[in-house]
Design a protein around this ligand. Structure first.
Ligand SMILES: CCC1=C(C)/C(=C/C2=NC(=C\c3[nH]c(/C=C4\NC(=O)[C@H](C)[C@H]4CC)c(C)c3CCC(=O)O)/C(CCC(=O)O)=C2C)NC1=O
Length: 161
């Protein structure tokens, strides 16, 4: 896994150079947003079950996916779906704290699309559930932190599409 600091340092190291102005600006931006990131992560971890529940209510409940024949039908599959939503929220929060999406590639997206396809998990429906979670999260943490979380929710969605 990489973070905003190692990303900048690795890029300079590859060229055998000290950090230049634009690398320093990237670091400055990251450090200045530190408080915002930590505050958002604190709020999200204290409210994770509520965020997931609201996102599911907004996007999945009472849709075809929860009816007989739907991929969320049966308690086991419903629970697997809620668990997946919580994974996405938790890993997006880690990536937001790190300021870098590499943890999503390594621990979430790797092989996931193939798994979903083989289990018949409808990816379009899943993507709208993640988008609903993005909105619910922004409502909780405010628009600046919400935008930052949005980067990583969108990253997950494009990794699945
Ligand atoms: C930390 C990284 C990580 C992720 C992301 C992950 C996802 C993941 N979700 C799975 C299943 C599943 N995922 C869903 C999810 C859904 N179905 C829907 O219709 C909805 C749209 C959606 C919820 C939003 C369902 C229903 C299953 C069970 C499918 C089945 O067994 O038939 C499976 C198959 C194995 C299992 O059932 O546990 C994996 C590996 N596992 C991991 O370790």
């Amino acid at each position: 896994m990489q973070d905003a600091i190692t990303a900048v340092i690795n890029a300079s190291d590859v060229q055998g150079k000290y950090l230049d102005g634009s690398a320093m600006d990237k670091l400055k931006g990251y450090f200045q947003s530190g408080q915002l990131r930590v505050r958002a992560a604190t709020a999200i971890s204290a409210n994770a079950p509520t965020i997931v529940k609201e996102a599911v209510a907004k996007s999945l409940l009472y849709s075809d996916v929860t009816r007989p024949g739907g991929n969320m039908y049966t308690t086991r599959r419903y629970a697997a779906c809620i668990r997946d939503m919580d994974y996405f929220l938790r890993y997006a929060t880690y990536a937001m704290l790190a300021g870098d999406p590499s943890i999503l590639d390594e621990r979430v997206l790797n092989g996931l699309k193939e798994t979903y396809n083989s289990l018949g998990v409808p990816i379009g429906t899943l993507v709208s559930a993640i988008q609903a979670m993005k909105e619910v999260t922004a409502g909780l943490v405010g628009s600046d932190a919400g935008k930052e979380m949005g980067v990583y929710f969108d990253y997950i969605c494009s990794g699945l599409s």
